[in-house]
Design a protein around this ligand. Structure first.
Ligand code: SF4
Length: 230
């Protein structure tokens, strides 16, 4: 199953071996799983690089000779080399300049349409989540508090944390005149989490019950929410 599940990390530069040329890095999974005859490896590597917008001239370069965006393209080429059915993309663009981010996200969308893989996309950037996902889950801290169809969650967020996140205005297209309302209080220490609902120390709608009992996920509309209000 392993070749069918791949991961894209946040920092592409450290995902590539600094002493391996791009040709070797992209060829490695092909050799490891005997996907193409050795005589065809270079042809396949060039094909993969071209697919992600790089050229033959990149073959002999080392990661330090490429930009962050180019290295993320190389990693994507290497991931796609195995024909995965499932990709975990862990903040794959957060280390990149905004203009490069947009290019990589479009490329990922294009590749997903072409190859049809499923993708678990992890991000702190709500505008990226809205652009990239059809279904989403919101975590606090480390636990799902709301899941649902992305557009539904953005249009009618149910959990007070999701509501606060969306109101904090990190969403693309936010009207500049709209006020940003930050969430009060601090993120709890993961080693010393609050009792009951983990959001109760910051929730404007908390009730007595919230401090004592952790809410279970329940079906609400097209999604699920873990909150005693539901
Ligand atoms: Fe707020 Fe209570 Fe819902 Fe937690 S369970 S989010 S404290 S209302």
């Amino acid at each position: 199953m392993r070749p069918k599940m791949q991961i894209l990390f946040q920092d592409a530069d450290s995902s590539l071996h600094p002493r391996m040329r791009i040709r070797e890095s992209v060829a490695e999974p092909l050799k490891l799983y005997n996907l193409v005859p050795e005589s065809d490896t270079e042809k396949k590597v060039v094909e993969l690089l071209e697919m992600v917008g790089l050229q033959k001239e990149h073959l002999n370069r080392y990661p330090h000779e490429l930009s962050g965006g180019e290295n993320q393209r190389v990693v994507l080429a290497r991931v796609l080399a195995l024909g995965p059915q499932f990709i975990v993309a862990d903040e794959p663009t957060s280390a990149l300049y905004v203009s490069v981010q947009a290019q990589i996200l479009s490329l990922m969308n294009e590749m997903q349409q072409k190859y049809g893989f499923s993708c678990l996309f992890i991000s702190h950037d709500l505008s990226v989540i809205r652009k990239m996902t059809s279904n989403m889950g919101v975590m606090y801290p480390g636990k799902l508090v709301e899941t649902g169809r992305t557009e539904d969650v953005f249009e009618t967020p149910k959990h007070p944390y999701t509501q606060a996140l969306i109101a904090s205005g990190r969403v693309a297209g936010l009207d500049n005149k709209q006020k940003i309302s930050p969430i009060e209080g601090e993120i709890p220490d993961p080693m010393n989490l609050p009792s009951g609902c983990k959001f109760h120390t910051r929730c404007p709608q908390r009730m007595n019950l919230c401090e004592k009992v952790a809410p279970e996920m329940v079906n609400v509309g097209t999604g699920k929410v873990a909150c005693h209000l539901f």
